[in-house]
Design a binder for this molecule. Structure first.
Ligand code: ARG
Length: 466
C-alpha cells in the first residue's frame, strides 16, 4: 500500500532495498510515534523553514515550496483538531507527517527531505522542544521566587528557631528562611538561562552526519527558527544530546531543592511543630481519621524528585559509551525528558501554590524559637564582648548556664541574675538585652545574616532581579 501501512510491504520511506516489511516485534521496538508525536509542532515548523531555505537557494521550485508549506499547515491543523491518524507502521512523527504530506500534495512532498536526514531533523525538533520547556521553566521559577519574596517581606520580623541537625540552633527569621529558598531557586533559574544559551544553535542541515553537497544556507534556517547560529560540527550535531542531559540535570537539582522544601512543609505542618497551616486547596483528608489534614501535595513534590533523578540517570546511561554519530539508542531520550518536564512543572506549580497560600503561625514559631536555649551563642558572645572572656572560656561558662537552666526546667532568659553571677561574676543585668530571641535576631547584621534589616536588603536585591 502506498501509505506504508501494509504489514507485508517494505517501508515507503526507506524500504527500497527491503523485500518485505518488519516483524511485529521489530515494529513495536522501533516505533517512537507513541511519544514523539509531542514534537509535531516543532517538526512542522522545522520543515517549513527548511523548505523556504531550499527554495531560496534554488534547490526546489517556489511552487513546490508553496505546496509543501500549505500541506504542512493543513497537517498542523489536522493534528491540533484531532483528525490526524497516526500510524505506528510509519515509526515516528517525521515519517507520519511526510507520508501525510505525500497524500495531500503528491510528488512535491518527496522534495522536502532534500539535504536533510531524520538525524538532524530529530535533533532540531527535540532542541526546539527543550528550549521551549526551559523558557517555560524559567517563567515558573520566577513565579515561585516571587511568591517567596512576598512571604519573606511579610515575615522579615517573624522569629523562628533556626536548625542544624534538626536541633534548635539559633533564632532566625522566617523571612530569612524563605530567602534561602529564593537563593536556591534563583540559582536554578540561572542554570536554566545558561542552558538556553548553550542549546541555542540550529542542527538542521547537518544531514545524516557529514553535511550535504547541496548549496544550503544553514544560517538562514537558524535565523528563521529563532536560533542564535547554526551548530559548527555536523557529526557532533547529530550525536549530541547534552542539551537534554542539561535539562535533566537542572531539573534534578531543582527537584532536589523542591524536595527539601517539601520535607520542611511536611514537618512544619505537623501538630508537634505547628509552624504553618496548609490551605485546604493543597491538602487532603483521611478516609478513616476525621481529624487529619495531610500535606499530600508536599509529599508528592518530594516524591517526584525520584522520577526526575531517575530520568537523568537513565539518559546518562543511554548516552554512555555510544560511538559517534547517531545511533537508534538516542530515540530513548525523549520519554525521559517528557516525563521529567511534566513532573517538574507540576512540582513547581504545586509548590508555588502552597507557598502563596500557607498560613504562618507566628506565635508557634516565636514560642519554639525561645525554647531549646537558642540564645546560648548570644550569651557567649556577650561574655566575649562585655566581660572580655576568650570565646572558648565564654563557650564553657555558657554551657554551665545551659546546664543550670536545664536543671531548673527554664529558658536562659528566665535564670536570675544571681544564678548567672554564681556561674560567672562578670555577668551584669545588661546580659538580659541579648537573651531574648528578638535581640538575638536583630544583632545578626553581618552581610547575608538573619537581622530583619539585612533580610530586607536581600529582598530588595532580588526584587531588582526578578
Ligand atoms: N525516531 C528517531 C529518533 O527519535 C528519528 C531519527 C531516526 N534516524 C535514523 N537514522 N533511523 O531518534
Amino acid at each position: 500500500m502506498a501509505d506504508g501501512t501494509d504489514q507485508k510491504s517494505s517501508n515507503q520511506m526507506w524500504g527500497g532495498r527491503f523485500a518485505s516489511g518488519p516483524s511485529a516485534i521489530m515494529e513495536e521496538i522501533n516505533a517512537s510515534i507513541g511519544f514523539d508525536k509531542k514534537l509535531y509542532a516543532q517538526d512542522i515548523r522545522g520543515s517549513i523553514a527548511h523548505a523556504a531555505m531550499l527554495a531560496s537557494k534554488g534547490i526546489i521550485s517556489p511552487e513546490d515550496k508553496d505546496k509543501i508549506t500549505d500541506g504542512l499547515n493543513t497537517i498542523l491543523s489536522e493534528i491540533e483538531t484531532g483528525s490526524f491518524e497516526f500510524s505506528r507502521k510509519l515509526e515516528d512523527i517525521h515519517m507520519n507527517i511526510e507520508a501525510r504530506l505525500a497524500t495531500l500534495i503528491g510528488t512535491a512532498a518527496g522534495r522536502l527531505h532534500t539535504a536533510r536526514s531524520r538525524n538532524d531533523q530529530v535533533a532540531l525538533d527535540f532542541r526546539l522542544w527543550v528550549k521551549e520547556e526551559l523558557q517555560k521553566t524559567e517563567g515558573m521559577l520566577t513565579a515561585l521566587i516571587a511568591a517567596f519574596l512576598d512571604r519573606a517581606e511579610e515575615n522579615a520580623d517573624t522569629v523562628m528557631p533556626g536548625f542544624t541537625h534538626l536541633q534548635t540552633a539559633q533564632p532566625v527569621t522566617f523571612g530569612h528562611h524563605c530567602m534561602a529558598y529564593v537563593e536556591m531557586f534563583g540559582r536554578d533559574r540561572a542554570r536554566v538561562r545558561h542552558a538556553i544559551e548553550h542549546l541555542d544553535e540550529s542542527p538542521i542541515g547537518a544531514a545524516a552526519l557529514a553535511g550535504t553537497g547541496y548549496p544550503i544556507d544553514r544560517h538562514m534556517t537558524a535565523k528563521a527558527l529563532g536560533f542564535r547560529e547554526p551548530t559548527r560540527n555536523s557529526i557532533d550535531t547529530v550525536s549530541d544530546r547534552d542539551f537534554a542531559l542539561e535539562f535533566l540535570s537542572i531539573a534534578s537539582i531543582c527537584a532536589t531543592h523542591l524536595s527539601r522544601l517539601a520535607e520542611e512543609i511536611v514537618i512544619w505542618s505537623t501538630p508537634q511543630f505547628g509552624f504553618i497551616r496548609l490551605s485546604d486547596a493543597f491538602s487532603t483528608g483521611s478516609s478513616i481519621m476525621p481529624q487529619k489534614k495531610n500535606p499530600d501535595a508536599a509529599e508528592l513534590v518530594r516524591a517526584k524528585t525520584g522520577r526526575i533523578n531517575g530520568s537523568l540517570v537513565a539518559l546518562l546511561t543511554v548516552m554512555k559509551g555510544l560511538p559517534l554519530a547517531y545511533s537508534k539508542d538516542m530515540q530513548e531520550d525523549k520519554e525521559q525528558v517528557f516525563d521529567a518536564a511534566e513532573s517538574l512543572e507540576l512540582a513547581i506549580a504545586a509548590m508555588t501554590g502552597m507557598i502563596r497560600d500557607l498560613e504562618v503561625r507566628k506565635d508557634r514559631m516565636r514560642a519554639a524559637a525561645g525554647s531549646g536555649y537558642s540564645t546560648a551563642t548570644d550569651l557567649a558572645d556577650w561574655l566575649v564582648r562585655e566581660a572580655g572572656l576568650p570565646f572558648r572560656d565564654a563557650h564553657h561558662v555558657t554551657g554551665n548556664a545551659v546546664a543550670l537552666a536545664e536543671k531548673k526546667g527554664c529558658d536562659l532568659a528566665d535564670l536570675s541574675l544571681e544564678d548567672l553571677q554564681a556561674i560567672h561574676p562578670a555577668i551584669t543585668s545588661g546580659v538580659f538585652d541579648v537573651l531574648s530571641v528578638e535581640a538575638s535576631v536583630a544583632s545578626r547584621t553581618s552581610f547575608g545574616g538573619t537581622a530583619p534589616s539585612e533580610v530586607r536588603k536581600q529582598i530588595a536585591w532580588w526584587r531588582g532581579r526578578n
